[in-house]
Design a protein. Structure first.
Length: 130
């Protein structure tokens, strides 16, 4: 993986931490830690996700056209991720969790959510090789 970290803005860190603790916990990621700057920080397998209030003091907004994908070990893990998100302040969007056909012969199992701040997230499991 070539991405070092992802930072998402949030206006309500507590609500966001509850949401991300639930969806990432469903994927085996430990709960986030609130650091000295008041950010929720998640670290797992060399990856880092930070949820923070914007440093410019302006309200956080979601990126239109932006999606962050979370890899899951199985379709059942995607379902657990999705259910945890809906139960903890997220909104299910697009089609219900299920099989989608990607490019060529690639088959994916996907689910989509919006977090409490409106960020678009995808839980996915690759069923067939790329």
């Amino acid at each position: 993986m070539f991405i070092n970290h992802i930072v998402l803005g949030a206006n309500d860190i507590d609500a966001s931490k509850k949401f991300y603790d639930a969806i990432l916990g469903a994927l085996g990621v430990p709960p986030g830690v609130i650091d000295a700057k008041g950010r929720a920080v998640y670290q797992h397998d060399g990856n880092r996700l930070v949820i923070t209030r914007p440093v410019d003091g302006q309200p956080a907004t979601h990126g239109n056209g932006t999606t962050i994908g979370f890899r899951a070990a199985s379709p059942a893990a995607v379902d657990a991720w999705h259910a945890a998100g809906v139960a903890n302040g997220g909104t299910s969007i697009e089609d219900p969790p299920g099989i989608r056909h990607g490019t060529e012969n690639r088959v994916l199992y996907l689910a989509y959510l919006r977090d409490p701040g409106g960020n678009k997230l995808c839980g996915f499991h690759r069923i067939s090789p790329p």
